[in-house]
Design a protein around this ligand. Structure first.
Ligand SMILES: Cc1ncc(COP(=O)(O)O)c(C=O)c1O
Length: 430
């Protein structure tokens, strides 16, 4: 069935590693019971530095970390200290960014179907407002006023293909201005006081091939030159947004140096020829920045033998939504049993009243018993962020493995009181 988790038969040898040993993990669990997420701060910071180094050819290059992928202030603070900005898409993400001390052009507000409150908050923070539609210009003016610097999101109105596969069909795309509307939008914004402009266009979508990014950056750069000529402006920056993927199954991470090199070739060819040799590029990467550096840790609660052998965990997929969303495979390590033969086959399930509540199907692991611990790799983005409360199940804690090796809780697990907090009804305590 499409989107159901797949089994582990194809991946017998993986180089995926957990950053601490079993003894250390046991100590952490004795203080912070499973289930929890744990993020490797050192690895996140090293990855940010690698990204900046890869793009050091572009003066003014900046990563605006996509808050939606891992919305925790402790993680955002690491990005801040590494000179990144943040890409926010909602009022709560703006409040989070504000709380971490991001302001002004540290914040890219890339929203759509935006409310008055959101525009007002973004404007009060002096964030770069990235408009999604022509009709939003008057709306923004009426609720918050038009800033001097405005970014516009482009829908290039084409189909992005790679090796004969359709990757992105902008003809069905809800985001952004078409090219004509973009040009008219700039003209209108100018009459309302805007003087500086940026262009945003996302073409990435879980891709890792360097040529893909080079080819599509070339397309965006050509559009950017065309638009600036027709609208009579000089762009301040181009934001290529997110979309660099991570390998959940294979061991072939995106080669960020090669991606940057291919984007540079397109930049030199198109923007260089148009005389735009010092135009800063921005990215809004999410999954590439934290995905591989976060882990979900859960313990076996029950082993059930019926039509198959089921490992029932102390967590359900409500706290790990991604198995049904971004990847149908997560590499799983049986903690402390790394050297044992994975000669047992399990369906790994949660407790939801829903047969699709499976972390993995027919997954090969060493023999497991209640109390054993499983580590899910590549869980650092769009995992906690997508968690929910179906069946009244609660969200887990988040921990940070700090750069100095210490571990701290950066979000406690939800309690039943949290779950009932929004009900206007007298709920009995447990
Ligand atoms: C506007 C925008 N920017 C950035 C991102 C981050 O994308 P990714 O995590 O794939 O890099 C997204 C993803 O939904 C997005 O919609």
């Amino acid at each position: 069935m499409k989107n159901m988790p797949v089994n582990s038969e194809e991946l017998t040898h993986s180089t995926k590693k957990f950053p601490i040993n079993f003894k250390e993990l046991e100590q952490i669990i004795s203080k912070y019971p499973t289930p929890f997420y744990i993020y490797d701060e050192k690895a996140i910071r090293e990855n940010i530095r690698r990204l900046y180094k890869a793009f050091s050819w572009n003066t003014g290059f900046r990563e605006y970390f996509a808050v939606k992928s891992a919305p925790n202030p402790f993680i955002l603070n690491a990005f801040k200290e590494e000179h990144c900005g943040v890409d926010c898409a909602s009022l709560t993400e703006l409040i989070l960014a504000d709380s971490c001390g991001f302001s002004g052009d540290d914040i890219m507000f890339t929203s759509n179907v935006t409310t008055k409150e959101e525009f007002m908050k973004a404007k009060s923070l002096d964030a770069i407002i990235n408009l999604d539609d022509y009709s939003h210009i008057d709306y923004l003016q009426n609720c918050a006023g038009i800033p001097e610097l405005v970014c516009l999101r482009l829908n290039p109105d084409c189909t992005i293909t790679y090796q004969d596969n359709i990757i992105l069909d902008y003809k069905n795309y809800k985001f952004g201005f078409t090219e004509d509307a973009f040009i008219e939008g700039i003209k209108l914004l100018k009459t309302k006081g805007a003087r500086r402009f940026g262009l945003h266009c996302q073409f990435g979508s879980h891709r890792r091939e360097a040529e893909y990014f080079g080819d599509n950056a070339r397309l965006v750069f050509k559009k950017a030159v065309e638009i600036s000529t027709l609208a009579g402006i000089t762009l301040e920056f181009i934001n290529l947004a997110g979309g660099i993927g991570i390998p959940y199954k294979e061991d072939s991470p995106a080669d960020i140096e090669a991606i940057s090199w291919h984007i540079k070739a397109a930049y030199d060819e198109v923007l260089g020829t148009a005389g735009l040799t010092s135009l800063p590029l921005y990215l809004e990467l999410g999954i590439f920045m934290t995905g591989p550096y976060g882990y979900f840790v859960s313990s076996v609660l029950h082993v059930k033998e019926t039509v198959k052998t089921f490992l029932g965990l102390d967590a359900s997929t409500n706290c790990f939504m991604s198995p049904l969303r971004y990847s149908n495979y997560y590499h799983i390590t049986a903690a402390g049993k790394e050297k044992e033969e994975p000669n047992q086959v399990y369906d790994i399930t949660g407790a939801l009243c829903e047969n699709r509540d499976k972390f993995a199907i027919d997954y090969h692991l060493p023999r497991m018993k209640p109390g054993d611990v499983l580590i899910f790799h590549d869980a650092g983005a769009y995992t906690y962020a997508h968690s929910h409360n179906f069946n009244g199940k609660l969200r887990p804690a988040e921990l940070l493995l700090c750069t100095d090796g210490s571990v701290k809780q950066i979000r406690r697990a939800e309690s039943t009181a949290d779950y009932f907090a929004t009900l206007d009804y007298p709920i009995k305590s447990r």
